[in-house]
Write a protein that binds this ligand. Structure first.
Ligand code: F6P
Length: 341
């Protein structure tokens, strides 16, 4: 078989580990040939690919980012885009595609698969918000980076009697905020799923100072104050209809300083959370996803995504993976609330 591989959406630690596993097993055990499409869906759209063999994947297991490059290109938002993609794949004699991405990339994969292009999906996102899988790779790395940042910020918060607000990624789902906040011992965690009451947050902060501690707050970029709206860095929509979020951390720090009288500062972790080498957990998960993806393609099972269910790697329909986002359930947030204030 001739199989195309692409990585779409935001980069994510573990992408290279998936690519390596697909190619190593695909070449060594099944004798398949691979084409690496560059920059997500832009690759098949512009017929931009290169041979992807074992020599190309040597040494990439611990490397962050993606050797294939990535983009947020959406062939469905470009007139004639889908026809172009299909014609280019046919001309390159591609029998199947493995698409590694989050909700947007896999949403395109689902539609193309339904229209007749055989595709296997692999779930990628540091946000961990893809449905039908317990975890996505990249999440564990992002949480560990954010936790380490929180650990380090405790020093300044305590020495200077300041509130420190840590803004983490998470557009619609607060998984990174929840896990990093729990692991780092944050006193308040604010997530997009639960609009927050500013007065209540200020009470938690005051209580923290009353009990001779300084406050550390973790806020997801998509968190909103009750009655308010998402805070934007840029209102312009990308090809998948997303705005660029950012600013809630600084807004909250200013509002808390005014309400509590204690100095408050904001730290935005941004792309640091997606950078660098993946954790062992993510390397193993990404490798297992890659092995499962090439097995599915080899067996001719398309329209599926590899998934983690408990400790088992399974295959789920792309439809289930993209039907809705996996957000933080009320009871998981309640576990964190025990430690607020
Ligand atoms: O998709 C993951 C994500 O990290 C989101 O949490 C965040 O809003 C977005 O990517 C930012 O992506 P970009 O680098 O394209 O602005």
């Amino acid at each position: 078989m001739r199989i195309g591989v692409l990585t779409g959406g935001g980069d994510c630690p573990g992408l290279n580990a998936v690519i390596r596993a697909i190619v190593r097993k695909g070449v060594d055990e099944y004798g398949h040939e691979f084409l690496g499409y560059r920059n997500g869906w832009k690759g098949p759209l512009e017929n931009d690919f290169a041979e992807l063999g074992v020599p190309q994947v040597r040494g990439i297991l611990p490397r962050g980012g993606t050797i294939l490059g990535s983009s947020r290109t959406n062939p469905y938002s470009i007139p004639g885009g889908v026809e172009e993609v299909t014609a280019n794949l046919r001309a390159a004699q591609v029998d199947a595609l493995i698409a590694i991405g989050g909700e947007d990339t896999l949403g395109v994969a689902k539609k193309l698969n339904d229209a007749g292009t055989p595709i296997v999906g692999v779930p990628k996102t540091i946000d961990n918000d893809l449905n039908a899988t317990d975890y996505t790779f990249g999440f564990d790395t992002a949480v560990n980076i954010a936790m380490e940042a929180i650990d380090r910020l405790h020093t300044t918060a305590e020495s200077h009697h300041r509130s420190l607000v840590v803004e983490v990624m998470g557009r619609h789902a607060g998984w990174i905020a929840l896990h990093a906040g729990l692991a780092g011992g944050a006193n308040v965690i604010l997530i997009p799923e639960r609009p927050f009451d500013l007065d209540e947050v200020a009470r938690y902060v005051k209580h923290r100072f009353d009990t001779q501690y300084a406050a550390i707050l973790v806020v997801a970029e998509g968190a909103v104050p009750q009655g308010g709206a998402e805070m934007l860095q840029k209102g312009e929509l990308d090809a998948f209809g997303h705005t660029r979020l950012g600013g809630v951390g600084q807004w909250l720090a200013d509002a808390l300083e005014e309400r509590t009288g204690f100095e408050s500062r904001a730290v935005v972790l941004g792309h640091v959370q997606r950078g660098g080498t993946p954790t062992a957990f993510d390397r193993v998960l990404a490798t297992r996803f890659g092995l499962a993806a090439i097995d599915a393609a080899h067996e001719g099972e398309f329209g599926v995504m590899t998934a983690l269910s408990g400790t088992q790697i399974t295959r789920v329909p792309l439809a289930a993976a993209t039907a809705k986002l996996k957000t933080v359930p009320v009871e998981r947030y309640a576990e964190a609330e025990v430690f607020f204030g």
